[in-house]
Design a protein. Structure first.
Length: 363
């Protein structure tokens, strides 16, 4: 038990150091933080609540899990927990050992990503809830107490006991690096009466507190959009000089210059709303001043592969607002600008990451 406490203390120190040392920026990574799969190992303590002192029934416990976060908010896991448990009789101050294993399917909700402004945090608060089965065995200590007439336990099971398990809990998950996470989990487990060989006409409860590590894998590549090619503006200056030089014609016909088309696209990284292509903004400003009677349409988008509809609507609106602000600073009147913010309801490109964009059209 002393060695077990030493291991737990070392893991807790590692969590604290990792939280201070790690800083993550999705834009600088070669992978997307979600979705991913994981395999986890945990160790800690547990106790069962009865009429006996729960602190005197604390025993070590261990867990293994396999799961996945399908989105930045929603995940699931298969979780197996056991091995040692203990019960007690208050009147004679006798304790008895037995073993157990609990297998649960848990739903996992990342509350940090659900309510946060981004989707890649060092520390995440995860809500857990699930159902499964609990199998208990090796109840020889209880059988010996009953055979020695030290206790009256007519409902004590002898060989094994199968019961339901319902769980609710919370986890603090620390992202140390791409493939490694450290977590602290506290959970409450509801089991059927007689689980601890005693009956009190209500379900039994077991509490666990565990520290663990998780190996994370299956990340997708973070494909950044290709640079936007800018079509050079046609230079009509030489044509105008030639036409001006021809003065021998008695009635020169006016030269009709074809109106320049305007369609530009600004691409953004995840959570980015500041445009970083000044050449495109300047080109739009020049076009707007050249054709003051034409409208400039500014449409904002967000990719459906990350975030949620509310966050994506917000980012698309911020991108539009910042482009409009730059156009107005450049001398384009507000009445000449039309805006739309589509969020992730419209995806103009087949490549997911290219849909974090603003499309500017002159019309």
């Amino acid at each position: 038990m002393t060695n077990f406490k030493t291991i737990c203390a070392a893991m807790a120190l590692g969590v604290g150091l990792s939280a201070q040392a790690v800083a993550q920026e999705t834009d600088n990574k070669d992978y997307k933080p979600y979705p991913y799969m994981f395999v986890g190992l945990q160790g800690g303590v547990q106790t069962t609540f009865t009429d006996y002192n729960a602190f005197k029934l604390i025993r070590p416990t261990a867990s293994v899990s396999f799961g996945s976060f399908f989105t930045p908010v929603v995940g699931a896991r298969l979780h197996v927990n056991g091995l040692w448990n203990q019960g007690g009789f208050k009147g004679i101050d006798e304790k008895y050992d037995y073993k157990y294993a609990t297998t649960d399917v848990d739903l996992m909700l990342n509350l940090t990503n659900m309510f946060g402004k981004k989707q890649d945090y060092v520390c995440n608060v995860i809500l857990l809830g699930g159902i499964g089965l609990n199998y208990a065995w090796d109840n020889d200590n209880m059988t010996a107490l009953r055979n020695a007439s030290k206790v009256a336990a007519p409902m004590a099971w002898k060989d094994n006991r199968l019961s339901h398990n319902a769980r609710v809990g919370v986890m603090l998950d620390f992202n140390v690096c791409k493939h490694l996470g450290i977590n602290l989990e506290i959970s409450a487990n509801n089991l059927s009466d007689r689980y601890n060989s005693k009956t009190n006409n209500k379900d039994d409860w077991q509490a666990t507190a565990q520290l663990g590590i998780a190996y994370k894998f299956g990340f997708k590549k973070n494909v950044k959009p290709a640079p936007v090619s800018v079509t050079p503006v046609a230079d009509y200056s030489e044509q105008k000089r030639v036409e001006t030089a021809v003065v021998s014609k008695p009635e020169p016909k006016p030269v009709v210059v074809k109106e320049e088309a305007l369609k530009e696209t600004l691409f953004y990284a995840i959570r980015e709303s500041d445009p970083n292509a000044n050449n495109i903004i300047n080109k739009v400003i020049e076009w707007g001043k050249k054709y003051p009677n034409k409208k400039i349409s500014v449409s904002g988008y967000a990719d459906k592969g990350t975030g949620n509809p509310t966050i994506n609507k917000k980012y698309s609106q911020e991108r539009v607002d910042k482009v409009v602000s730059l156009l107005k600073k450049g001398g384009i009147p507000e009445k000449q600008i039309e805006t739309q913010a589509y969020g992730d309801t419209v995806q103009p490109f087949t490549e997911n990451d290219q849909n974090r964009c603003v499309i500017i059209v002159g019309k």
